[in-house]
Design a protein around this ligand. Structure first.
Ligand SMILES: Cc1ncc(COP(=O)(O)O)c(C=O)c1O
Length: 427
């Protein structure tokens, strides 16, 4: 049954006149969806479900790009925000919530002795880079993963328009799980910090993160873990807690306030105290509704064993997905990779050459069956068994369509709109 997307089309047309790119975030806009065949505008969401502007209902595996760890409109988080709204949110002096949340983060996160808050993950990563440069007196940065919209990072990617060459030259990308490549970069002795996502879907090889830690110490570079995705998802203390490697600084965002905008830099006190001089300061720093939301989110995750629930649901979904892959004869062509709270469909072998087309076809067929995804499973504690069963049942219908498209050699012909595009091309 084709979806009724009439209202989505209307809002897209209106947006096209007043919003460049028709969305505020590349990953929420036309580049990241099969336009015309999937919803373009959302109206509301609750738990793990979301309704588009035409009233179509979906199980949400995107979760606002990851933050909604307890499900949309979670009652405890909503209550905390509403109570704070009654008391005001933007003050001219610090609020005790800043201290309470900082204390909680220091209790939970191994590398945290002091804390500063931002609004976006990009605030946290960029603040940490500036701090590392101030501490070491060095300008270069080695990075691995995605770290946000600011010049120091985006200048080192294919989306570097508008970033001066002299800034681009300061950031050196390195491949994950390649210790020698990082060693070659650090040997020059001019790198202020290594900033990396500690996990890029699969668990790191056993010695990798400890080796990175040693290399940084040996070469006088600070180690910064970008835990914007892994924080409050893999463990309450992040990937550093799961893999027991302690960075000098780390960055959190996304899930820490269940979708209310908040991020944090945490780290060793000897480094964090340098923020007394380094400029990391803005009007909405310490805004109280997000701090209240974060306390409610983390306390709920803790009291309800939310992280365990994510791992359990993620493993159920992975096993169901793998059995649907096998049933469609796609073993060896398609995999469900990653750690359970955040898995991804990965095309292998020749299919990897058509990865974007196949992901697009997958997304299109998912939307028709009430599943909203970019090809990843971001899980929340609201993804109950019945929703997982619905998803796996849909996959049993969708994977044979993918197998057929692969066999035909022309997956593009099955698409009902333009395919998704990579927001940042891999180089
Ligand atoms: C690992 C990682 N770091 C940093 C960021 C940037 O966060 P934000 O988009 O909130 O600025 C993201 C965003 O997706 C991310 O995934």
């Amino acid at each position: 049954m084709p979806l009724d997307l009439e209202q989505s089309r209307r809002w897209s047309a209106r947006a096209g006149k007043v919003v460049p790119g028709r969305a505020q975030t590349f990953s929420k806009g036309p580049l990241s969806f099969v336009e015309g065949a999937t919803p373009a505008f959302v109206r509301r969401a609750r738990g793990a479900q979301v309704w588009d502007v035409d009233g179509n209902e979906y199980i949400d595996y995107i979760l606002g790009l990851g933050p909604v760890i307890l499900g949309h409109a979670h009652p405890a988080v909503n209550r905390a925000v509403m109570e704070q709204l009654e008391d005001g949110v933007a003050f001219s002096l610090p609020h005790p919530l800043e201290v309470e949340l900082s204390e909680l983060l220091c209790e939970l996160i191994p590398s945290a002795e002091m804390v500063r808050f931002g609004k976006n993950g990009s605030d946290a990563t960029s603040g940490a880079i500036r701090l590392a440069r101030a501490i070491t007196g060095r300008d270069k940065v080695a990075r691995c993963g995605y770290h946000g919209w600011q010049d120091w990072y985006i200048g080192s990617t294919s989306r570097n328009a508008g970033v001066p060459q002299c800034v681009r030259d300061l950031t050196i990308p390195f491949p994950y799980a390649d210790v020698d490549a990082l060693h070659r970069i650090l040997r020059a002795g001019d790198v202020a910090c290594v900033v990396m996502e500690p996990v890029t879907f699969d668990a790191p090889p056993a010695d990798y993160l400890p080796s990175v830690r040693e290399l940084c110490t040996a070469h006088g570079a600070l180690l910064i873990f970008d835990e914007v995705i892994t924080g409050f998802r893999l463990r309450l203390g992040g990937a550093q807690s799961l893999f027991q490697v302690t960075p000098d600084l780390s960055c959190f965002g996304k899930a820490m306030a269940n979708g209310v905008p908040l991020s944090a830099i945490v780290g060793k006190a000897e480094y964090m105290r340098r923020f007394e001089e380094v400029f990391f300061s803005f009007t909405f720093g310490g805004e109280a509704a997000s701090l209240a939301a974060s306390l409610a989110t983390i306390r709920t995750l803790r009291s309800e064993n939310g992280i365990e629930a994510l791992w359990r649901a993620g493993e159920t979904l992975r096993q169901g997905t793998l059995s649907a892959i096998r049933a469609a004869g796609l073993a060896g062509t398609l995999d469900c990779a990653g750690l359970a709270p955040w898995t991804t469909l990965r095309f292998l072998g020749d299919a990897a050459n058509h990865s974007l087309l196949l992901r697009s076809l997958f997304q299109q067929e998912c939307a028709k069956r009430g599943v909203l995804t970019h090809g990843n499973h971001m899980l929340s504690t609201a993804h109950e068994d019945a929703l997982l069963v619905h998803t796996i049942t849909a996959y049993h219908q969708i994977f044979p369509i993918l197998a057929d498209a692969l066999q035909s050699g022309d997956p593009a012909s099955r698409l009902e709109g333009p395919p998704m595009q990579a927001v940042i091309r891999q180089t």
